[in-house]
Design a protein around this ligand. Sequence first.
Ligand code: ATP
Ligand code: MG
Length: 385
Amino acid sequence: MHISASPDPAKVLIIDDEIGPRESLRMLLKPSYQVHTAENVETGLQLLQEKRPDTIVMDIRMPGMNGIDGLRKIREIDPHLSVIMFTGFGALETAQEALRLGANDYINKPFDAVQMREVISRNVERTRLQRQSEATAHEVQELNERLRNELAQKERLASLGQASAEFVHDLSNPLTIVWGYVQILAKKLEHGDGNNGLQPTSSPRELQIIEQNVRLCRELLTMWQSYGKVGAAKTKPVSISNIVQDVGKSVSGMASQNGVQLDCHIADEECIVLGDPIQLTRAVQNVIVNAIQAATDKHGKVVVNCREKDLYADIQIRDTGYGIAENEIGKIFDPYFTTKQGKNGTGLGLYITKKVIDDHNGSIDVKSTLGEGTTFTLRLPLHDR
Ligand SMILES: Nc1ncnc2c1ncn2[C@@H]1O[C@H](COP(=O)(O)OP(=O)(O)OP(=O)(O)O)[C@@H](O)[C@H]1O
Ligand SMILES: [Mg+2]
């Protein structure tokens, strides 16, 4: 096979101290290859590093470092590169010695042009194949590594799935009891209860928040139990403005207990999106709770904004908390990534949020400065726009 000139011609390096064979070989190869020449091994080794040839043709007998020593050095630099030894007549033993030391071929001087072209072409191809299979092996190794990681993560999620099934089962009973008592308490307050000295009144704000959140827990459990069943996902037009406002109200107690100032600004123009209200509540709640947790140590501030922007509902959660380190920002949506070890962090909050937002064809963006604070922006396409 003869390699013709292409946008990326193969490179041949000729190392020979004799100008005659060196230049005639250059003339022979020039039409098909990019040819580099060196008159001693030292210059040849330098060109090897600079030009990365596909084949070397090297004389054995040279003043200074000879071809055999040169071959040893070349093998240290590039074990896969084809090296053809150029030998004088009657130097068969040295040629054999060179082959034993890892030369790939040899050719006698004076050379036959047809044979020389054939040997070069074969060796160029050989180097290229070697390099290609090396690159492929590297890619396969990387792919394997990635698959192993993904599998480990899937196994972790699967075992968590089993544990959650048991957990959800046991959680629904006490929750139903709490739900029942919240209802009883609300009724008692409404009608008054002489025995306890309670006067008739509507449910106070605190009780409404408890009721709202117990309901959310029950709905989450129901959703979990029907997970994977056909028709489980219910999407409908929902007011994300109301959801953000309700979440803001329900976490306001947590914020004030932690000395964090929480401000919610909901634009008058209501943002309606198509989706599942429970899922969206989870998504927003995780981000706001994180922001409050981040701002707690500094007694900082959390500002939530919900407004319409470019056909999207734009929900921004800005905190003046501890911020996120640059090398961690790419990991925060990974399941189980948490910096709250020992503080009950599971590292699932943002993973869930991202999944919910993706399911609703939205996007989530984060900007953070370590020590100064973080801004999360959730965007959800507006319904009927
Ligand atoms: N507002 C924020 N400020 C600083 N760091 C944050 C913020 N939000 C998230 N993070 C970082 O991202 C990590 C992952 O958040 P995520 O909500 O997924 O898990 P978590 O809060 O650690 O645990 P969980 O939500 O399960 O209680 C956090 O541990 C924290 O390091
Ligand atoms: Mg969290």
